[in-house]
Design a protein around this ligand. Structure first.
Ligand code: GLN
Length: 619
C-alpha cells in the first residue's frame, strides 16, 4: 500500500515538473545562447553603459493570455526605440490617419536609426527611425500639450497590462547628451514637421525612451500587437485594429534599423529593437515575444535576441509569409433534417410531412475562426446543391470572425434572400461581437432570424415546413390513450382501466412538472400543450407535444434524471407509479407490451443520438 502511494506521488511530481514543449524550447534557447558573448552594451547614452551584459531574459505571450518566461524576464531596462511603434499607433488613433500619414512616410530608409536625413519631401522616412519617432512625439504633444508624456506612459502601460515607471537617470543622461536627436529635431522644425518648441518635443521623446519595461512586458505588448490591439492578458482594446495593422507594416519594413530587409527575409516576423537591449517580435494572430540581453551588434540589435527570434522562427516554421490554411476545416457538420432532426418529438402526420420535405431544412455547423476562405467555401457548398427553403448556420463553436468573413457571409444572406431562402443564425446572441461584425455589413439584419440554441432553430424551421404543408401543431388535443406510442397494442379494456387510474392535471407555462433527482412517483401522458425535458445543466433533451408520455423512465429507474417543464399551458393524465406497476402485474401481457414499446422508443432515441455523433465526427 505504502509503495503504491509513493509511486503515485512520484508520478504526480514528475507531471508537475514536466514543461510544455514551448517552454522547453525557450529554456533550451536560453541555455544555448547564454554562451554567446559577442557584441557590446550601448554607451552613447552614458547611463545605458551600466547595464549588466550577462542579463538574459526570454518571454513569450500567447493570444489566450499565457506568458512563458525564462531567465531574467523581470529585470527592468529602458524601452528605447521599442516605444516607437506604440507611439506611432497612438498618434494614428489620437490625431487621425490622414494627419499622421501626411507628416511621416512609410518607406524604409536603409540608414541607421539616428541618421540626420529626411526624404525627398523633407519628411521623415518612417516612424521607426528617430526622425519619424520624434515627429510622432511632436504630434502627440500637439494633441495633448504638457500632458503628452503622461498620456504616452499610460498608453504604454495599457499595452503592457501594468503601470510603467521611468528611469530618471537614463532620461537625464540622454537629455544631457542627445545632441544628435536635437539636430534631427531642428531639421524637422526647419521642414515644419515640428511646429512646436523643439526642446519640449525632445523632452517627450527622451522620456518615452526611458520608460522601464521587462522582457515579460515586451512579450505582452507584442502579443497585443499580434492580437489586433486587444491586450490578451487584460482583455483591454488598447488601440484600433487599423492603427495596429499599419504599425506592424512599418515594423515589417523598418523595425530592425538597416537590418530590416535581411530580418524580414530570414525571420519573417514583424519586430522592433531598442538600444536598451530589448527586442519585440509580434507574429500576427499567433504570439508576442520579448527578449532582453544588452549586448548589441553593429546595427544596434541585441545579439542574443536576434538568435532567439531566428531559432523560434526556423524551429517552428513561423515565417509569416509561409502560411497555408484549409478553408474546409471550418465546416464541422453539414446535413439536413432527414439525417438529424430537432429534439421535438413529432406526431405521425408531422413526421410524414417532414420526411417528404427533409431537404428543405439544411444545417451547416461551423467551428473555429471564420475566415474569408472558409465562408467562400461554405457559400460554394450551398450553391452546388438543391437550394433548401431554410439554411441554419450554427456558429456556437465559432470563436471569432474576420471582417472579411462577416462581409462575405452578409453578402451570402442577401443572395439567399433573393432566392427566397430563409437564413437562420444559431448559437449567437444579438448582443455578441460577432453579431455586430456581421451587422456592419447587413443593412436590415432583422430579416435574418437568430436563435441562441441550434435545436430551437431546427425546430422552428421544421414547424414552418409542417405549417406550409397543412399540419397544425400546438392546437391538437389527444384524449385517447390509444394514440400513445408507449401504449400501442393494448386492448380497449386495458386502456380504459389505465385511464381510470389517472387524474387529469393542468399546468401553467413555465411550471415544473417533474424535478430531476427526485424519486419518481408518477407517469404522465400529455393530452395538450407542449413540455420540454431539460437536463440540470440546462441542455434541452426533447420537446414533447400531445400524444406523448413523459416520466416514463421511471419504469427503468427510481429517480428522474431530468426536469420536465411546461412550455405552454398543458393538460396531462397523471398515473401514480404504484398503480401503474400493479396494473402491469395484473395484466402481464399488457405489461410486456409496454416494456417492448419503451425499448423501441429508447432504441429510436439512440439511433438519433448516434446519427448526430456521426455527423460531427465524419470528415
Ligand atoms: N533613445 C534612443 C535614441 O534616440 C533610442 C534609439 C534606439 O533604441 N535605437 O538614440
Amino acid at each position: 500500500m505504502n509503495t503504491l502511494r509513493s509511486a503515485e506521488v512520484q508520478k504526480a511530481n514528475d507531471w508537475a515538473a514536466s514543461k510544455p514543449p514551448l517552454l522547453r524550447f525557450l529554456t533550451a534557447c536560453h541555455a544555448d545562447f547564454s554562451a554567446e558573448t559577442s557584441g557590446a552594451v550601448a554607451d552613447y547614452i552614458p547611463e545605458l553603459g551600466k547595464a549588466d551584459p550577462d542579463h538574459f531574459g526570454i518571454s513569450l505571450a500567447t493570444l489566450d493570455g499565457h506568458v512563458y518566461e525564462v531567465g531574467d524576464t523581470r529585470v527592468p531596462f529602458t524601452i528605447q526605440s521599442i516605444s516607437k511603434p506604440f507611439v506611432f499607433a497612438l498618434a494614428l488613433d489620437t490625431l487621425g490617419a490622414t494627419r499622421v500619414e501626411g507628416e511621416i512616410g512609410v518607406e524604409p530608409s536603409g540608414d541607421p536609426f539616428n541618421s540626420i536625413r529626411l526624404n525627398a519631401d523633407n519628411h521623415p522616412f518612417n516612424p521607426m527611425v528617430n526622425a519619424g519617432a520624434i515627429a510622432c512625439s511632436g504630434l502627440i504633444r500637439e494633441a495633448k500639450g504638457d500632458g503628452a508624456f503622461e498620456y504616452i506612459r499610460q498608453s504604454l502601460g495599457r499595452f503592457a497590462g501594468r503601470d510603467l515607471d521611468i528611469d530618471e537617470a537614463v532620461y537625464a543622461s540622454e537629455s544631457a547628451t542627445g545632441d544628435r536627436n536635437r539636430a534631427i529635431g531642428y531639421l524637422l522644425r526647419n521642414s515644419t514637421v515640428i511646429r512646436d518648441d523643439v526642446g519640449a518635443v525632445l523632452d517627450v521623446y527622451f522620456r518615452q525612451c526611458s520608460v522601464l519595461v521587462t522582457a515579460r512586458d515586451i512579450a505582452i505588448m507584442a502579443a497585443t500587437l499580434a492580437n489586433r490591439g486587444t491586450n490578451p492578458v487584460t482583455g483591454e482594446q488598447v488601440t484600433t485594429p487599423y492603427a495596429i495593422s499599419r504599425t506592424l507594416s512599418v515594423m515589417t519594413s523598418s523595425g530592425m534599423y538597416d537590418y530590416a530587409g535581411e530580418w524580414i527575409y530570414r525571420v519573417g516576423i514583424p519586430a522592433k529593437s531598442g538600444v536598451g537591449g530589448g527586442i519585440l517580435a509580434a507574429l500576427p494572430a499567433r504570439l508576442g515575444l520579448g527578449s532582453y540581453s544588452p549586448r548589441l551588434d553593429r546595427h544596434g540589435n541585441s545579439v542574443r535576441g536576434i538568435k532567439v527570434c531566428e531559432a523560434l522562427s526556423s524551429h517552428y516554421d513561423l515565417h509569416m509569409l509561409n502560411r497555408s490554411d484549409d478553408a474546409r476545416n471550418s465546416v464541422i457538420a453539414d446535413y439536413n433534417i432527414g439525417k438529424s432532426s430537432s429534439r421535438r418529438s413529432r406526431r405521425p402526420h408531422e413526421q410524414k410531412i417532414l420526411a417528404a420535405h427533409h431537404e428543405d431544412v439544411r444545417i451547416v455547423e461551423l467551428v473555429g475562426t471564420l475566415t474569408f476562405s472558409a465562408v467562400d467555401y461554405v457559400s460554394r457548398q450551398l450553391a452546388a446543391q438543391p437550394r433548401p427553403h431554410f439554411i441554419i448556420f450554427d456558429v456556437r463553436r465559432v470563436a471569432a470572425m474576420t471582417r472579411a468573413s462577416a462581409r462575405l457571409l452578409a453578402e451570402g444572406f442577401q443572395e439567399l434572400a433573393a432566392f427566397n431562402v430563409t437564413a437562420i443564425l444559431s448559437g449567437i446572441k444579438r448582443s455578441s461581437p460577432q453579431w455586430q461584425t456581421i451587422g456592419e455589413w447587413v443593412e436590415d439584419l432583422a430579416n435574418v432570424r437568430n436563435f441562441p440554441v441550434l435545436d430551437d432553430a431546427i425546430e422552428w424551421a421544421e414547424d414552418q415546413i409542417v405549417y406550409r404543408h397543412g399540419g397544425a401543431i400546438d392546437s391538437v388535443e389527444v384524449t385517447e390513450l390509444s394514440e400513445q406510442p408507449l401504449l400501442a397494442g393494448l386492448s380497449a379494456e386495458e386502456l380504459a382501466l389505465l385511464a381510470s387510474l389517472g387524474t387529469i392535471r393542468t399546468y401553467q407555462p413555465g411550471e415544473r412538472i417533474i424535478a430531476a433527482a427526485v424519486p419518481a412517483v408518477s407517469l404522465f401522458f400529455l393530452r395538450s400543450g407542449v413540455v420540454h425535458v431539460r437536463l440540470p445543466d440546462g441542455i434541452r433533451l426533447a420537446t414533447l407535444t400531445a400524444g406523448m408520455a413523459f416520466g416514463e423512465m421511471a419504469l427503468l429507474e427510481t429517480h428522474h434524471s431530468a426536469d420536465v417543464l411546461a412550455d405552454k399551458s398543458v393538460t396531462a393524465l397523471e398515473v401514480p407509479l404504484p398503480d401503474f406497476l400493479r396494473f402491469r402485474e395484473e395484466h402481464p401481457r399488457a405489461g410486456e407490451r409496454i416494456m417492448r414499446n419503451l425499448a423501441q422508443l429508447l432504441a429510436d432515441r439512440l439511433i438519433v443520438a448516434n446519427t448526430k455523433m456521426n455527423l460531427l465526427t465524419a470528415t
